[in-house]
Design a protein. Structure first.
Length: 575
């Protein structure tokens, strides 16, 4: 029979539900399907949660410009990421270090520092004040970018207070600078690096001295010390430690091939003078002999007094010799000729003075002693007993002889550069070393990091499995039980119908025709005693159809047929 559409109150016919939906409702599969779909969805969600990668921070406290560039780069590389409201980007944990290197290669993040490129797009007619502000901003950005190029520095900010010139000396204000450094976790700046930053800033800003540069870190700790001359700086302590470690390594390196490194313990104390001294000295040597002394100057003075003319004529022997025969020196001149002789005798007086100045030796010394001079060394060396074989053939530790200790002492003196003038001290002692038991912490196998990580992963999947079981017991199992109960009820109904069909085929005399062919109820439709008639020609046809249906039942459900036959046999035995 064809299904008819039932009229509604409005006179319109309502479309019946789909046959498959009606069949599912009759069989009780709709709740089961809904519960199963919910269960499968939750299971998939739990598996995705368990297998989801762990996200870690790639960058934090990013500016909007840097964040946009990094996200664009991640999307280009097709890498999953997560964002939060604090300017933090999260990526899978196994890709954090790789992505940081790749982003650094691309120059990201650049910190948003502006440089002298700010001066490229200045408007025409800008005021002098705005131009100075832009110049100061550009200079601050360039300095910050230079500081961020250092290894330990993650981010830097520079604040400059430019110098204010004035025609009055008292009103002049020097330039000042403040630097705030954000260091990477676990990284520190050495004293030399801080000094390099200070001198870089002071060299880049006009009229800025290193004393007016202040450097602090992200924790507010002062890194610059402008009064190092009056305070003990860490650089001095580091220098002392380096000197002591250098001498200690020398001593241990020269004794290790002979005694073994485990049999030597050396300690060095260096006394270093960090004071600054300047000295100027003048020294004069004793007077030297005239032959060895250097002549500085000679002053001569000749004075001639006498009567008559002096020598005239052309210089030479002939001009000085009178003509004629010279008078004999033994001749006696007469008194009569005294007047003439008086006129011929000439009297001359010569006076000669000479002053010689010699150079005096003078030595001028200006000594500027550098800081960090080594004044004295104190060295202590402890040597372990030597190993010897006793009479029983067993090894034992015995003290070393005096000759061995003297030999060791000479080696140490040469290695340390022993100087009696400095007042160095050296002590070499032979003593038995006490072997301390190594107290290394041994962790149990279940306390190892690898085991803990594996246990964490296993616990995650176990939690997912437990959640799946709980969801199965809550959502799926009740519907399955209901479905099987309905199936059992339908099976019993089918069994009763099959039993009636078989009874009709076998030919139960007690059964009425209506009961024999009750299995054909669905095929023929409902009937009543007033409207149902059994014509003779229709009995053979109905019997043939019932027989074919019984064969199909026996072929498809042999267990059900066997159960029916078993029930019949039990009924006959009871009768």
């Amino acid at each position: 029979m064809e299904a008819t559409q039932a009229p509604t109150n409005n006179g319109q016919t309502a479309t019946p539900a789909a046959p498959w939906l009606e069949k599912l409702k009759q069989q009780g599969l709709v709740p089961l399907l809904l519960g199963g779909a919910t269960f499968i969805g939750l299971v998939i969600a739990l598996i995705l949660w368990a297998s989801a990668p762990e996200y870690r921070v790639l960058y934090s406290n990013l500016s909007e410009a840097d964040g946009g560039r990094i996200i664009n780069e991640l999307e280009t590389r097709q890498i999953k990421y997560q964002l939060n409201g604090a300017g933090t980007i999260l990526v899978p944990a196994d890709q954090v270090h790789k992505l940081r290197l790749q982003m650094a290669e691309q120059g990201l993040p650049n910190g948003g520092n502006v440089g002298f490129s700010l001066m490229d797009n200045q408007a025409f007619g800008i005021s002098q004040f705005a131009e100075q502000v832009n110049f100061q901003r550009a200079l601050e950005g360039e300095l910050a970018s230079s500081m961020e190029s250092l290894g330990p520095v993650q981010r830097a900010r520079v604040h400059l207070a430019m110098a204010k010139p004035s025609v009055f000396v008292r009103e002049r204000e020097p330039a000042k600078a403040s630097v705030v450094l954000t260091l990477y976790p676990g990284r520190t700046l050495g004293e030399g690096q801080v000094q390099a930053i200070i001198h870089m800033v002071s060299s880049s800003v006009p009229e800025l001295t290193p004393d007016h540069v202040t450097v602090v870190d992200q924790h507010g700790a002062l890194l610059s010390n402008n009064n190092r001359d009056n305070q003990l700086s860490s650089t001095k302590l580091e220098y002392i430690q380096q000197v002591e470690h250098s001498f200690q390594q020398r001593i241990e390196n020269i004794l290790a091939p002979i005694l073994g490194r485990q049999n030597i313990k050396a300690q060095v104390v260096a006394h270093i003078d960090f004071s600054k001294r300047e000295a100027t000295a003048e020294r004069y040597t004793p007077n030297q002999t005239p032959d060895a002394a250097a002549v500085r100057s000679i002053q001569r003075n000749i004075s001639v007094q006498g009567n008559g003319d002096g020598p005239m004529g052309i210089p030479g022997a002939l001009s000085n010799t009178p003509p004629g025969i010279a008078a004999s020196p033994v001749e006696i001149v007469d008194d009569t000729d005294s007047d003439d002789a008086g006129t011929t005798n000439r009297t001359h007086a010569v006076q000669q003075d000479q002053l010689v100045n010699y150079e005096v030796d003078r030595l001028v010394e200006h000594i500027d002693q550098q800081r960090g001079q080594l004044q004295r060394l104190s060295v202590a060396v402890v040597v372990n007993h030597r190993t010897a074989i006793n009479e029983d053939g067993e090894s034992e530790l015995v003290p070393r002889s005096d000759e061995e200790l003297q030999y060791i002492q000479r080696l140490v003196r040469q290695a340390m550069g022993f100087s009696e003038q400095r007042g160095d001290e050296l002590e070499v002692v032979n003593s038995l070393f006490i072997q301390e038991a190594e107290t290394t912490e041994v962790r149990e196998w279940y306390q190892q990091p690898a085991v803990l990580d594996m246990a964490q992963n296993v616990a995650r999947y176990v939690a997912v499995l437990v959640a799946i079981i709980v969801l199965y017991l809550i959502l799926v199992r009740p519907f399955l039980q209901r479905y099987f109960e309905l199936k059992e009820i339908e099976a019993e109904a089918a069994l009763e119908r099959s039993q009636g069909t078989l009874r009709a085929v076998v030919g139960d005399d007690d059964a009425e025709p209506s009961s024999r062919y009750s299995s054909d109820y669905d095929d023929w439709g409902p009937s009543t005693e007033s409207s149902f008639h059994w014509p003779q020609q229709h009995n053979n046809k109905s019997y043939t159809q019932a027989l074919a249906k019984a064969k199909d039942i026996a072929k498809n459900n042999p267990r059900q047929v066997a159960r029916i036959l078993q029930n019949w046999m039990n009924e006959e035995e009871q009768l």
